[in-house]
Design a protein around this ligand. Structure first.
Ligand SMILES: Nc1ncnc2c1ncn2[C@@H]1O[C@H](COP(=O)(O)OP(=O)(O)OP(=O)(O)O)[C@@H](O)[C@H]1O
Length: 689
């Protein structure tokens, strides 16, 4: 654009003014020459040089070659007056500075000597065309703004409700009798948990509520009786998302309210559905429900695919007819998503229309995997089939099959045919969705897929857990996952070939027993257990060890490769502490609650931070202490450290590196070599599957 202005042919007026200026200039030049000649004639080199007026000197800047031919004095004069920045500033700013406008006359004269055909000078020294918009300020140079902080970026696009999350201090506990303190209760209001529930909790050894429970129970169990109703089509409850560390008591935070509210029911309908990612977790949560609901008359069922489909159907529904209102034999169903789909699609009389609670535990895991599009199907089953108004009216007047819909008394209010009235208040499903995880997703798209109703977020995270200058809510937005307070984290860097030896070192020299050892696959669990057995055999056969007090360690494999019955037995043995170590795949990385586990070893380093958090969280549960160890192969070390660093909260600094000296491994090396040799032979004979 600047170039275009400089090369524009001057207007007629400009041309005239240029010609006049040039004539003046040439005349003066001629005069000077004459004067010099006259001086030379009189031998007067020392004669006084007349003062060159500024505009003329300026003109000289554009005809340098002529100046060079002139006397040194005039060259000096030209140099003195060149001052392009100073002159340019005058021209550039003459719009802003009125007083300087008057100087533009001579300036424009100076500019006029720049012929259009001349070479374009550099931008700074370039003269402007008289027609150019000399008064316009120059464009500001682009300046890169400061990069937003990681916290600010993390909050971009997040659900508004998430930004307004209620942050709960993880160290907060309340006596089960103190939960109502601070509430303004009327005479008709209900306490958070009734006397029956308190009694039951005390029988189970629970005397105080953990942080997540102190926040969720008052929210899910409001004092007003109508807010605890089984159906609330005109005033449906808000949905809840809770993020709290592993082992912080999330299960009781939903089991207690569900049992409290459903205990008021008269007829059995399916009113609570709990979805979990694995069969083992379904059985564990079932045990908790049975324990808490004891004596309340609620019927609790599970479907996991462990039994035949027909058997499960007979447990679920009373009549296998396609009844509009369903025919449930249970009040609460705990299930895996796959089997739930089978029953939604294949069990007549099975319906979700009466649901008061839909719990999605380990929500980030369940939402990350489609499981036959289970979520869309469940959400669909909560809504009544779309029927036009005319259909509803005609169903009133017509007999036969359509009337059957109206006569069936088990329809949930939202599913009853809509009869238009003058005052039409839309009815909503009474189902309250409750989402739980230690690593709850912040992905807005995943959350949106749930169609949450005015969701309330609870985040159990201490400010101490978070990075400097970052609030707990921001940390939550940054997927800065909180860890249990009693957890100590360590890692060991090792070569691949010595990794099993490091594990044996931890077991025998650092008392890492009552441990869960995680490998990357079901197949590697079996191989590691076999190697462990061969090592124990060789090590305890050696002379040195026979005189010590050390005992042989028993390890067992636990993975999805095993049949369900065998898995159950292995878990029982471990829970009874008949085995010392359970070598497992990530099947039990989430949710499994085995109180006596004091150590977790990631034999194969976890590939993402969520996996790390859930594996480590199998220990240090319910306020206890525990140690998490990670064996990191040398080539994985950078990735592992980067993963921890990116996780925030100074996670990397909290994971201590343990250096094991060669001397500490010496007495095990021979047995290790023997074990490796035996394993090789066993594989070549196909002994290990
Ligand atoms: N108020 C309480 N008092 C004593 N023990 C409790 C209390 N609440 C929960 N527990 C115990 O704490 C342990 C961990 O609870 P839970 O399994 O619910 O944790 P979680 O938060 O679901 O963990 P994860 O994220 O790993 O699934 C369980 O053994 C449970 O019985």
């Amino acid at each position: 654009m600047v170039v275009a202005v400089a090369t524009q042919p001057p207007s007629d007026a400009a041309k005239k003014s240029k010609t006049k200026a040039k004539a003046r200039y040439l005349k003066k030049k001629k005069d000077r020459r004459k004067q010099r000649k006259a001086e030379d004639k009189h031998g007067g080199a020392s004669a006084v040089v007349p003062h060159t007026p500024e505009p003329e000197a300026n003109e000289n800047t554009s005809s340098g070659s002529e100046n060079e031919a002139e006397s040194p004095v005039s060259t000096q004069a030209a140099l003195e007056v060149k001052q392009p920045p100073h002159k340019r500033r005058k021209v550039d700013s003459n719009v802003e500075q009125d007083s300087e406008e008057h100087t533009s006359d001579s300036d424009s004269t100076a500019e006029s000597v720049v012929a259009p055909h001349e070479e374009i000078p550099p931008r700074e020294s370039r003269a402007k065309s008289p027609t150019s918009t000399v008064g316009l300020p120059s464009f500001p140079l682009p300046v890169a703004p400061d990069a937003p902080s990681k916290a600010t970026l993390a909050l971009q696009g997040l659900d508004k409700a998430l930004l307004g999350a209620e942050v709960v201090d993880p160290s907060k506990t309340l006596s089960i009798n103190a939960l109502d303190t601070g509430r303004n209760l009327n005479a008709v209001d209900l306490p958070v948990v009734g006397e029956k529930m308190k009694k039951r909790l005390q029988e189970l050894g629970i005397t105080e509520f953990f942080a997540v429970q102190t926040a969720l129970l008052p929210f899910l169990l409001p004092p007003q009786r109508r807010s605890r109703a089984l159906y609330c089509p005109y005033d449906p409850p808000r949905d809840v998302c809770a993020s709290a560390p592993t082992g912080s008591g999330k299960t009781l935070a939903y089991v207690v309210p569900i049992v409290e509210i459903l205990s008021a029911r008269i007829a059995t309908r399916l009113r609570a559905l709990v979805v979990l990612p694995t069969r083992d977790l379904v059985l564990q949560v079932h045990e908790t429900f049975e324990a808490i609901a004891k004596g309340r008359g609620l019927k609790i069922g599970v479907v996991t695919g462990q039994h035949s489909f027909a058997h499960e159907q007979s447990q679920l529904v009373a009549t296998q007819k396609d009844l509009q209102g369903g025919s449930s034999k249970i009040d609460i169903l705990i299930c895996t998503p796959g089997r739930l789909m089978d029953h939604i699609n294949g069990t007549p009389g099975f319906t979700l229309q009466h649901l008061r609670f839909l719990v999605i535990d380990e929500a980030d895991r369940l939402l990350a995997q489609s499981f036959q599009g289970w979520l869309a199907q469940v959400l669909n089953a909560l809504r009544p089939p779309v029927r036009s108004v005319s259909d509803a009216v005609s169903s009133l007047s017509l007999g036969s099959s359509t009337l059957e819909i109206l006569h069936h008394d088990a329809l949930a209010p939202t599913f009853l045919p809509h009869i238009p009235t003058d005052y039409d208040d839309p009815k909503h499903s009474s189902c309250q969705k409750l989402l739980f995880s230690a690593t709850l997703t912040r992905d807005p798209a995943r959350i949106a897929a749930l169609g949450l109703r005015d969701p309330k977020y609870f985040v159990v995270q201490g400010v101490a857990d978070t990075k400097e200058k970052t609030s707990a809510a921001e940390a939550f937005g940054m997927e800065d996952f909180a860890m249990p307070a009693g957890l100590k984290e360590h890692y060991i860097t090792t070569s691949t070939s010595r990794k099993p030896l490091m594990l044996f070192h931890l077991v025998h020299k650092r008392n890492v027993t009552n441990a869960l050892v995680f490998t990357k696959s079901a197949e590697s669990t079996a191989r590691l257990v076999k190697l462990f057995e061969y090592f124990e055999e060789a090590y305890f056969g050696s002379l040195e060890i026979q005189h010590t007090e050390r005992r042989r360690i028993i390890a067992q494999a636990y993975s999805s490769d095993l049949p369900p019955g065998e898995r159950k037995n292995i878990l029982e043995r471990f829970k009874k502490q008949e085995t010392d170590i359970l070598v497992c795949s990530d099947l039990v990385a989430r949710g499994m609650d085995i109180p006596h586990v004091t150590h977790v070893v990631s034999y194969d380093a976890p590939v993402d931070i969520r996996k790390y958090v859930h594996r480590a969280g199998r220990t240090a549960r319910a306020g206890r202490a525990g140690d998490a160890w990670t064996l990191v192969e040398e080539q994985e070390a950078k990735f592992f450290k980067d993963m921890l660093r990116d996780a925030g909260s100074g996670r990397l600094e909290r994971v201590a590196r343990l250096r094991v000296r060669d001397a500490e491994l010496k007495d095990m090396e021979e047995s290790y070599d023997i074990a490796l040799q035996k394993l090789k032979e066993a594989y070549s004979r196909n002994v290990v599957s």
